[in-house]
Design a binder for this molecule. Structure first.
Ligand code: B12
Ligand code: SF4
Ligand code: SF4
Length: 360
């Protein structure tokens, strides 16, 4: 028996469905080539600002062409889900590293799953529809901008009017026609807080992040961590929020969301990863680390790079008189991996440096 297509969900149906899943912002972008994003990817790649990143840089012709994602696409439905929680886990005792807010819990998978469900209702109406969230197939921020969700901040994030940038983004590329939204006007004005507030000067022009200096990328990339940014790394293990934490529209109290509190509050089982005990991390084997943090991106799925980051955090933040911290660093100074040995040497030196009283 041939199943008859169901009616195409209206835009209002889709918004209602998305809202019920905690998705607060919605818009529609035309399914044309993302010209500005394509130019930016190609230019930044040519200038080396991509710093070896793959992702959307791997194939700019593909990641900026919705037709390559879904042949015959007519619309891109774009969605944003908030993650700035109104409670924050306290920093536990011990040598603790900080995790970027977007990675405290997995915000991508729930969004992806909601969008897949919505895409399914569009497919039942006989159209093609594919959901993407943080996927190499499409440049999310440009779609969010074109779909009228927000403006491009000077910190390169998309800021939603009255709500800021602590949102994850996702989209549905579809052959179904929906009315495009109107882009939002710039809301940064004369503010430059993020440019001044970036600890490594990575925002080299408004809206342009140099991957070679951005801590968020340096923490993920393979190989040695650049020496000149090791102190600036401070206590970060994964992600960097500074350019959003200093952003007035993003940190307004009203932007904090109870929806995440429910999620975070429910998870008392260690799934909320706002802080990570780095000495524990440095004691754990690969399987344990991949089990704990496997949803985070790490080059080649190799926990070596988390250990590298953790050694720098020990050097930057542990009490230089902490016996366990010292013993851990000493153990790593004899590690078979040369990169880890070198980072352990740096950590040992930094602990010594911090032990010595500074000259008056
Ligand atoms: C690669 C990548 C990174 C890289 C590079 C980031 C970057 N700025 O390009 C690294 C690892 C550094 C990174 C870090 C972060 N990321 Co990231 N990342 C991505 C990914 C996979 C691709 C982004 C991309 O294509 N960049 C390429 C360049 C060309 O894009 P762009 O900088 O946005 O360039 C635009 C602007 O320059 C603008 N523009 C052009 N001219 C002008 C002029 C002016 C004046 C201005 C203001 C703008 C402007 O147009 C350009 C083209 O669109 C997307 C997911 C996806 N599939 O899209 C997530 C994504 C962008 N990341 C996200 C997040 C949350 C982060 C972090 C906050 C995580 C963290 N806490 O560490 C940081 C923020 C760092 C920062 N300030 O950008 C979210 C952003 C949500 C939002 N509200 O904007 C995304 C969309 C993931 C998601 N689906 O939610 N990320
Ligand atoms: S994520 Fe951190 S290092 Fe990267 S641009 Fe923002 S403040 Fe700078
Ligand atoms: S800190 Fe200021 S300039 Fe930077 S993104 Fe926020 S509002 Fe825009």
């Amino acid at each position: 028996m041939v199943r008859r297509p169901e009616p195409l969900p209206t835009w209002d149906d889709i918004v209602a469905r998305a809202s019920a899943e905690g998705i607060t912002h919605h818009g529609v972008a035309p399914a044309a080539v993302l010209e500005r994003a394509r130019t930016a990817l190609l230019e930044r790649k040519a200038d080396g600002l991509h710093a070896g990143m793959g992702f959307t840089y791997r194939n700019p012709e593909r990641s900026t062409d919705p037709q390559r994602a879904v042949e015959g696409a007519q619309s891109i439905l774009v969605f944003a889900k908030p993650y700035l929680a109104d409670i924050e886990p306290e920093r536990p005792p011990g040598v603790q590293a900080r995790v970027g807010r977007y990675a405290w819990v997995d915000h991508y998978e729930p969004l992806r799953s909601s969008l897949r469900d919505i895409a399914h209702t569009i497919r039942r109406a006989g159209h093609r529809a594919v959901a993407f969230t943080d996927d190499n197939s499409i440049v999310d921020r440009e779609v969010a901008y074109l779909g009228g969700l927000g403006w491009f901040g000077k910190n390169a994030n998309v800021l939603l009017p009255g709500a800021g940038s602590f949102f994850v983004l996702g989209s549905i590329v579809t052959t179904a026609p929906y009315e495009p939204s109107t882009p939002v006007a710039d809301g940064c004005g004369s503010c430059t807080r993020c440019l001044d507030g970036c600890p490594t000067g990575a925002i080299v022009a408004p809206g342009v992040v140099d991957g070679n200096r951005c801590l968020a990328w340096l923490l993920q990339q393979p190989g040695p961590f650049p020496v000149e940014f090791r102190e600036a790394l401070g206590d970060r293990l994964y992600g960097c929020d500074d350019c959003q934490e200093v952003c007035p529209p993003s940190v307004r109290l009203g932007n904090r969301h109870r929806v995440d509190v429910v999620e975070i509050g429910r998870r008392t089982d260690g799934d909320v990863q706002a802080w990570v005990d780095v000495l524990d991390l440095l004691d754990a084997d690969d399987a344990t680390l991949l089990d704990r943090h496997g949803r985070w991106y790490v080059a080649d799925r190799d926990p070596t790079w988390w250990r590298r980051n953790a050694l720098l955090v020990v050097g930057n933040t542990a009490d230089p008189a902490d016996g366990r911290a010292r013993a851990t660093v000493e153990r790593y100074r004899a590690h078979p991996n040369e990169v880890l040995r070198e980072h352990a040497d740096w950590a040992a030196e930094r602990l010594d440096q911090r032990l010595r009283p500074t000259a008056p």
